[in-house]
Write a protein that binds this ligand. Structure first.
Ligand code: PHE
Length: 440
């Protein structure tokens, strides 16, 4: 049986929205704000921005080159350029997709729940107790399953008919909401404390290795790097795309939304005098402190909070789609399955894998740490070595762009990026191990 021709994006803009949709998600709002709070505010932000440009961007371009150049899903793309011995790395990528989506969908389920209950019932003033109810047990499980079903439905409809269409409608809406909320937050009395906290750098923090680890993990998570998501999306691109330009646009949009989300979260928390809650932040910070703020704002809070959580749902959905697509593309390419079968079978398996994370936020936090600190940073390290040293003439696959930039890119991939990621992994591995041990 001849296989059908490979799917393609219907426009460059469509690809861009889908790729930005993958990057912009819970990472930009939930993860970025709690890590910023936990790691001392602005110093973390500066470090995260630096790592995004110097380490993340070169790896992003490497993924785009591998995908577009091979027109294949991750496992086969690696084999295409490096031979069969590189296939296991592709399996690791697919495993990372499984793992990340399994808990990502649980958090996405919380956001759906908050969006619905915030708009229709109002936010619960006893936000801490409410979070405990929402974030564990059957409640979390139910919304996790519902969210996975939505993701499966969209991915099953195909690259241009499902993924691209969804992103083209939802991403502009997300931008509008987040920018609107940042402007609104600026009008609140007392918001200035939030800006000060967010933007005044305490560079002393930079001596703490934990801050480096968190910033590196966040840069990779937020750009969807190190597990083949960007690679897979780029595999549906035509020859004529200017990859460096796409990479820069994706990175600008990603850090832009993360930064603006901070301009929503911190001023709002300070305006309502909840800053002491931020200090004791955990994975739940965004889901406890902010809803408390929304509850105190009364009717306005319902509107503002509702919009905030709708933006989170949108971001989560377009990112979850890209995670599932890595696995589904592999099922189509590697196993010869139909898209629909791959989406349903793998999507269901991922939903089941997420059950422990739905049951306990401690488990969820630990899985998140393993996924980021080990899988994504390790994946990024392997990708930089692959494109920097193994692949012959990756510059030719890039196409346009100046020779100087290409030389800088290649050398970053050869030396700076692997050294940096190796260094971070060196101390991320033992501390992640400790987290896992503490769980049992
Ligand atoms: N980048 C997404 C976010 O910030 C998460 C993600 C990670 C998506 C890895 C795909 C791959 O929410």
């Amino acid at each position: 049986m001849a296989s059908p021709p490979r799917e393609q994006w219907s426009s460059r803009y469509g690809f861009m929205m889908a790729a930005v949709g993958s990057a912009v998600g819970l990472g930009n709002m939930w993860r970025f704000s709690y890590l910023t709070a936990e790691n001392g505010g602005a110093a973390f932000v500066v470090l995260y921005l630096a790592i995004t440009w110097l380490v993340g961007l070169p790896v992003l371009l490497a993924e785009l080159v591998l995908g577009r150049g091979s027109q294949k899903s991750p496992i086969r793309a690696l084999a295409h350029f490096g031979g069969d011995s590189w296939k296991p790395l592709g399996f690791v990528f697919v495993a990372a997709g499984f793992l990340i989506l399994s808990y990502y969908s649980v958090i996405a389920g919380w956001t759906v729940r908050y969006a619905l209950s915030g708009v229709f019932l109002g936010f619960d003033p006893d936000a801490g107790a409410h979070f405990v109810r929402v974030a564990s047990g059957w409640d979390a499980f139910g919304f996790h399953i519902a969210f996975m079903m939505g993701t499966i439905l969209i991915v099953a409809r195909g690259v241009s008919g499902g993924i691209e269409r969804t992103a083209m409608v939802l991403m502009p809406a997300l931008f509008a909401i987040v920018i609107g909320l940042a402007l609104y937050a600026a009008t609140l009395d007392g918001s200035s404390g939030g800006y000060a906290y967010y933007l005044n750098t305490d560079f002393g923090k930079l001596s703490e290795l934990d801050v480096w680890k968190a910033a590196a993990g966040q840069a990779f998570f937020s750009l969807s790097l190190g597990m083949g998501a960007m690679l897979t999306f780029a595999s549906y691109l035509g020859r004529d795309t200017d990859l460096p330009q796409e990479a820069v646009i994706i990175a600008v949009a990603d850090v832009g939304i993360a930064f603006i989300a901070g301009l929503v979260v911190f001023p709002m928390i300070y305006a309502l005098n909840l800053s002491s809650d931020v200090g004791e932040s955990t994975v739940g910070a965004l889901f406890i402190t902010l809803p408390k703020a929304f509850a105190e704002m009364g009717a306005v809070g319902r509107g503002v909070g509702g919009l905030f959580f709708v933006a989170l749902v949108v971001g989560a959905l377009t990112s979850a789609i890209s995670l599932l697509e890595v696995v589904v593309a592999t099922g189509i390419d590697g196993l010869g399955w139909t898209r629909r079968k791959a989406a349903i079978v793998f999507g269901t398996a991922i939903a089941i894998l997420g059950i422990p994370s739905a049951w306990s936020t401690d488990i969820l936090g630990a899985v998140d740490e393993v996924a980021n600190n080990i899988f994504l940073l390790g994946g990024g390290l392997a990708l930089s070595i692959f494109v920097g040293w193994v692949m012959t003439d990756p510059e030719a696959e890039v196409g346009s762009s100046g020779l100087v930039w290409l030389a800088i890119w290649r050398n970053l991939l050869r030396f700076a990026v692997p050294l940096f990621l190796g260094f971070v992994l060196y101390f991320a591995i033992p501390s992640t191990w400790e987290t896992l041990v503490a769980l049992f």
